[in-house]
Design a protein around this ligand. Structure first.
Ligand code: GDP
Ligand code: MG
Length: 182
């Protein structure tokens, strides 16, 4: 076996498709850019259609997950984006059904404490009620950006391990990767 093949076999155990949802200007693109490029732009172009990114996460030594990241666009620009989280989640669930969709709620722009609209406790209670992990992050200063994606990745990985998510070769949401031969 060539070295190339041997190496590619160990690259990732699974690929998860992760779609960023939320009202326009909440900071979806900025969060993704920080996560994939490590940078932040004060001025960013509005996303048109869907942009694609990818990144590997090593969730435990030797276990890498490839995240296929979809950045979505919308024209909506509301003052109360938190109130629309339910709608976004419902839409995603309907779209993915009958397959499983896992959510993580990210309260973005946590560096702007003086402009806070949603108390942490309110968002946290909401997330608990809807059984999603919750975190506050900032693409600007980098706080919890990595953790946001790791949190979701670990959740999905656990559901696969426990058998709550059943692998389905006909679906691209979760794909089994190449694992090293013993
Ligand atoms: P999207 O429409 O959800 O993709 O939002 P963008 O990522 O394009 O961000 C909209 C605006 O918010 C841009 O001007 C960003 O620079 C700004 N922004 C994004 N994330 C943050 C953040 O964490 N903190 C601050 N202060 N501004 C941010
Ligand atoms: Mg965008």
């Amino acid at each position: 076996m060539s070295d190339m093949v041997a190496r590619s076999e160990t690259i990732w155990a699974y690929q998860f498709r992760v779609v960023l949802l939320g009202d326009s200007t909440v900071g979806k693109s900025a969060l993704l850019r920080r996560f994939t490029d490590g940078c932040f732009l004060e001025v960013s172009d509005p996303t048109v259609g869907v942009d694609f990114y990818s990144r590997l996460i090593e969730i435990s030594p030797g276990t890498r997950i490839k995240l296929q990241l979809w950045d979505t666009a919308g024209q909506e620009r509301f003052r109360q984006s938190f109130l629309h989280v339910v709608t976004w989640a419902e839409e995603a669930r309907l779209h993915v059904a009958p397959r499983h969709v896992s959510f993580a709620l990210v309260g973005q722009k946590c560096d702007l404490e003086e402009h806070r609209q949603v108390p942490t406790e309110e968002a946290s209670n909401f997330a608990r009620l809807h059984k999603m992990p919750f975190i506050e992050a900032s693409a600007k200063n980098g706080k919890n950006v990595e953790k946001s994606f790791v949190m979701l990745t670990e959740l999905i990985y656990r559901l696969i391990q426990s058998g709550d998510i059943i692998m389905d070769e006909q679906w691209d949401g979760i794909k089994c990767g190449l694992v090293p031969k013993p």
